[in-house]
Design a protein around this ligand. Structure first.
Ligand SMILES: Cc1ncc(COP(=O)(O)O)c(C=O)c1O
Length: 469
């Protein structure tokens, strides 16, 4: 966020207005060539100089307010707060060399959403390009590009873009011929889309427990739950953590089961150096707005099988033959993604590494500023698994998880509890096989916001709540 507040002294009024417009905070911090802090310009300052007869090309050098209030790095929250008033609610923080290092803003009503899309690259440009091309439905150059680039990012040969991550799982199931009379093993701790897709396919879900360390489906429980009717396993890479894919693939091959990886929450995660999504017969992704990369709504199935990919393309498009228009070879669906969504997806993918790094920095920040509270245990890093940060996830070894979430909500900070165990809900409980660990995790688990880097004032608000607990 600090980056969005900075403007160079060499800029003109137009440049500074753009900065103020983008950061929506009504202020820009002006720095010199040597990155030294010079002063500030507010939207009010600009309005005044424009009324005095200057225009947008006027250099800001002569108009910077150098007599603004600054906070010094190392000052306490309360010292900084004391420097604010009704007019000055945002302060630059400088170090001993007068280098701008952070900013302070205390507004206890600033809403911190649990997640928000990072659309600061070519998203808008490609979206407008797709719009102007008039290919706004499911034909157009961005669909193919997104399928090719995303599947190759996942180390797979084929990608089939669809309208969301739930239908991606459904499409994978029906493409593999799974339906009535078949059993599909799924974890107890996941978003309901996983089980709903199985039920929509007409198959019977078998809900098994998760591993207490990784929070992902427990291979030992999978083995116990296999019956003659079992056709597939859906491992869910939960909260950015990869499942134990070696054990799962061994069980699948021994028992001739299909594997559909649900990677909705783990774009870019790896198991033993291989990307999640590259293990299963078909793997599915979601691009909902809270996901690591987004297309608004959207999803994709990836696979290494041309046959499965071709079949998915037909089923996604009403079961219509690819060589004979309006000739239908299957009772299909309209699961297509639009070119507008894919345009955003292509731009998101260009910056996926940057986005993952940004999210990891946010997680590291939480780990460090909450490190003095021994009752919070952040998600584990497990040998051979490269975890990604989706939401910052942790277990609270207290019975105060719900109280914490309420207190954070009172401060307008949108933390979330873990998913409920599926087997606890009336509509799913008949499918429960085992759920000891997931019950425990579900009660204690919390997801903190990864929407923005935390400003010092938001951290202070969180710290105060933790201290009260
Ligand atoms: C594990 C999991 N699977 C599937 C989905 C479904 O994705 P979508 O919301 O795009 O349908 C989600 C989305 O939240 C998810 O978290």
């Amino acid at each position: 966020m600090l980056d969005q507040l900075i403007c160079k002294l060499s800029a003109n009024i137009f440049d500074v207005l753009q900065v103020i417009n983008n950061n929506a905070k009504g202020i820009a911090f002006i720095i010199g060539d040597n990155n030294k802090f010079i002063g500030v310009l507010t939207d009010g300052d600009i309005r005044r100089v424009l009324l005095e007869g200057n225009d947008l090309n006027t250099p800001i050098k002569g108009i910077v307010n150098k007599h603004c209030t600054v906070a010094n790095d190392g000052e306490s929250f309360h010292e900084m707060l004391a420097k604010t008033n009704e007019k000055v609610n945002i302060l630059p923080i400088v170090d001993v060399n007068n280098i701008l290092v952070d900013f302070f803003q205390y507004q206890n009503n600033v809403y911190v959403p649990v997640a928000s899309p990072n659309l600061r690259g070519n998203e808008f440009k490609y979206l407008v390009d797709a719009f102007l091309s008039t290919w706004i439905s499911s034909s157009g150059k961005y669909i193919g590009q997104f399928e090719e680039k995303f599947s190759s990012y996942c180390e797979c040969q084929h990608g089939v873009a669809v309208s969301n991550g739930t239908v991606a799982i459904h499409l994978a199931l029906i493409t593999l011929g799974i339906g009535t009379g078949d059993e599909v093993i799924i974890p107890d701790l996941t978003f309901a889309a996983t089980i709903n897709a199985v039920l929509h396919a007409g198959a019977t879900p078998v809900i098994v427990d998760v591993d207490i360390d990784s929070w992902c489906i427990d291979p030992l429980e999978i083995e116990k739950a296999i019956s003659p009717k079992t056709k597939a396993i859906i491992p869910v890479h939960l909260y950015g953590q990869s499942c134990d894919m070696e054990s799962i693939m061994k069980i699948a091959s021994k028992n001739k089961l299909f594997v559909i990886e649900d990677c909705a929450e783990a774009h870019g995660a790896e198991y033993k150096g291989k990307k999640v999504g590259s293990f299963g017969d078909i793997s599915t992704f979601s691009f909902f707005a809270n996901k690591i990369i987004t297309t608004g709504e959207g999803g994709m199935c990836v696979t290494n099988s041309k046959e499965l990919s071709d079949k998915m393309c037909v089923l996604r498009d009403h079961g219509m033959s690819k060589t004979r228009k309006y000739w239908h070879t299957a009772v299909g669906y309209n699961y297509r993604m639009t070119n507008l969504q894919a345009a955003i997806g292509v731009a998101q993918l260009e910056r996926i590494d940057e986005i993952l790094t940004y999210r990891r920095q946010i997680e590291n920040d939480y780990r460090s500023f909450l490190s003095t509270f021994p009752f919070i245990k952040f998600q584990k890093n497990i040998e051979d698994r490269h975890r990604v940060t989706w939401l910052v996830s942790a277990i609270l070894e207290t019975n105060k998880r719900d109280e914490l979430i309420i207190r954070l909500k009172d401060e307008n900070i949108d933390a979330r509890p873990f998913f409920f165990p599926l087997g606890e809900m009336d509509i799913y409980k008949e499918f429960l096989f085992s759920n000891q660990n997931s019950q425990k995790l579900s009660i204690q688990g919390i997801n903190f916001p990864t929407s923005e880097k935390l400003s010092s004032s938001v951290k202070e608000r969180i710290l105060e709540i933790f201290n009260k607990l």
